[in-house]
Unconditional design. Structure first.
Length: 180
């Protein structure tokens, strides 16, 4: 247990990050942003970014060209998939900061299944789990590990890969189940 509220984790794995672990970098003309929305959860388990991280994000984006592609990583989806289960983030301010860019891709996990949404120039994508499946939103009393027959398990777990393409082509996101 990390009684220092994540300090040991950040000392080992988060060198060079800001606050509770957020960061950004540029690579091959793409601006990548890692956000932390799991440290100070809202009631019901919804993700939260907090004012310090939002101020950092605004400053990070202020000098970026609107034509620069943006890729955002966050654990919990930045849009609300299913609030009753905490599957979303109080992220409207972050999304407002990102709307001015021509191409924004937001990649998340947390809900352990493929859910996609396109809103304007923003594409949202959550990925399958490599550990355990969860039920579709609202189809069970609560989220959590879903029991499936052993022979079906590899068909509901998977890996997502992302390919950056040059020019005005969107990222290619491929979800592959562990089966087959």
């Amino acid at each position: 247990m990390d009684e220092g509220l994540g300090k040991a984790y950040l000392a080992r794995y988060g060198k060079g990050t800001k606050g509770s672990g957020w960061y950004s970098f540029d690579d091959h003309g793409v601006h990548f942003i890692g956000l932390v929305n799991v440290v100070d959860l809202k009631a019901g388990g919804l993700g939260r970014l907090g004012s310090e991280q939002l101020a950092w994000l605004a400053d990070d984006l202020k000098d970026k060209s609107t034509s620069m592609p943006i890729v955002v990583f966050a654990h919990i989806p930045l849009w609300t998939v299913y609030a009753d289960w905490g599957w979303g983030t109080d992220g409207l301010q972050a999304l407002a900061l990102l709307k001015r860019f021509g191409s924004v891709t937001v990649l998340n996990g947390h809900i352990h299944q493929i859910v996609q949404k396109v809103e304007g120039n923003m594409t949202f994508h959550t990925a399958r789990s490599t550990a355990f499946p969860q039920p579709a939103p609202g189809t069970a009393p609560s989220p959590g590990p879903m029991t499936v027959p052993a022979e079906q398990l590899r068909s509901v777990l998977g890996i997502a890969s992302v390919e950056v393409r040059t020019g005005d082509k969107p990222l290619a996101i491929t979800d592959t189940p562990l089966a087959g």
